[in-house]
Design a protein around this ligand. Structure first.
Ligand SMILES: [Zn+2]
Length: 157
């Protein structure tokens, strides 16, 4: 009833085809993506930087942190930006016992191997882009973060 098919070759997801990069339960989806991309250290660096950034801006909350790792947010922030991203689907799969059933996340790509390489690069790129402000802005807000940093130094001197 809820059977999903490959967007490229129309094979049922349960049969599997070369375009099915990953089929995983929702709760393990993000972890599996990180494993398959071999980008665990890049991912860790990015997570640490994101955490320090939200702390520095005073917007950190445990809820927000949890939210960040949901597969939907992960899809928006990382997967959907990739050139080799082919689609994400949800499929209900039943386990050996009825109560073990759950939603599985399916990730499609024309070439999963390239998708995983690209994902690791994306972790690295985003981590490189994050700038942790060393000085908290105390003065009036300016649009240019470099100018704000400079003012901060001048005020402290
Ligand atoms: Zn296929």
């Amino acid at each position: 009833m809820n059977q999903k098919h490959c967007p490229f070759c129309k094979t049922p997801a349960t049969s599997g085809c070369t375009h099915l990069a990953l089929a995983a339960e929702g709760r393990s989806f993000v972890r599996r993506c990180v494993e398959l991309s071999h980008g665990a250290s890049e991912w860790r660096t990015l997570c640490e930087k994101r955490r320090s950034l939200v702390r520095a801006t005073g917007e950190w909350s445990p809820e927000q942190e949890d939210y960040t790792w949901l597969e939907t947010a992960f899809g928006e922030d990382f997967l959907k930006r990739l050139r080799w991203f082919g689609g994400m689907d949800y499929e209900w799969r039943s386990g050996p016992k009825l109560q073990q059933g759950g939603f599985w996340v399916l990730l499609w790509s024309k070439d999963p191997r390239r998708l995983w390489w690209e994902l690791r690069d994306e972790f690295e790129r985003q981590a490189g882009d994050l700038r942790i402000p060393e000085l908290k802005a105390r003065g009036p807000k300016t649009d240019d973060p470099r100018k704000r940093g400079f003012d901060g130094i001048m005020n402290a001197a």
